[in-house]
Design a protein around this ligand. Structure first.
Ligand code: SAH
Length: 213
């Protein structure tokens, strides 16, 4: 069996497990069947790429657990016309899934070494976010706002106000909120000044850090 067939087989098993855990979006599951997560992993951990776990990448950060990626992607409810902002590019794996859902993806990472590494990987694999930015995602991306969808892939102690303000009316923000442990939270902007808030269970993320490049 060659590597491609082997990896595809492992992804098929992973997708089955995600389905059993409650992921329903066909678009998200199909993308996770296609995107080669092993190429976003640290080479020493490649054999674990299709386990449903988070793993260390460089700069003390982690590649999110596949279930978490699927869960956040499903909650984000992206369609092809949406302008999407991701805070916390990390390995780029979640970005690759988002790029399968919309071609207008903007992504921000605050760890410079990781930013550069993932930038090279995107080029190598042919993933083309509209912008991949090195900076502090706490502030969002005012020059490109508003966004239909915003996803934060690090744990925020509180919801950053700029992110709420950069949503379109009807726009959605999916963000894990909390210190040691986070509650997955979705905000929907219902008018210029009002938001609906929904909560969806507990997760663990590396922290969203402010103002420190
Ligand atoms: N989606 C990524 C998750 C990486 S972990 C993946 O699956 O690989 C979260 C990432 O958020 C880390 O890379 C961390 O450096 C980044 N991060 C933390 N605070 C940030 C901030 N204020 N702005 C942008 N990125 C941030």
């Amino acid at each position: 069996m060659n590597e491609t067939t082997k990896h595809k087989g492992l992804r098929r098993h992973l997708i089955q497990r995600l389905r059993i855990k409650g992921i329903q979006s066909k678009d998200v599951l199909n993308l996770m069947l296609d995107v080669p997560r092993h190429l976003f992993m640290d080479p020493s951990l490649i054999n674990f790429a299709y386990e449903d776990n988070a793993y260390p990448i460089s700069s003390d950060q982690t590649i999110s657990q596949p279930y978490t990626v699927a869960f956040q992607s499903e909650l984000l409810d992206v369609s092809a016309t949406h302008k999407v902002l991701e805070i916390g590019t990390g390995s780029g794996y979640q970005t690759a899934i988002l790029l399968g859902l919309s071609s207008m993806v903007y992504t921000i990472e605050r760890q410079q070494a990781l930013f550069k590494k993932t930038q090279r990987l995107f080029l190598q694999l042919g993933y083309r976010p509209k912008k991949h930015i090195f900076g502090d995602g706490y502030k969002g991306l005012p020059t490109e706002a508003p966004f239909d969808r915003i996803i934060v892939t690090a744990g925020a102690p509180v919801v950053p106000k700029p992110l709420l303000n950069q949503l379109t009316i009807g726009g959605k923000l999916v963000i894990p909120i909390g210190e040691k442990e986070q509650i997955m939270t979705r905000f929907i902007r219902t008018s210029k000044t009002s938001f609906d808030k929904e909560e969806f269970g507990r997760f663990r993320f590396v922290p969203l850090l402010e103002n420190k490049n």
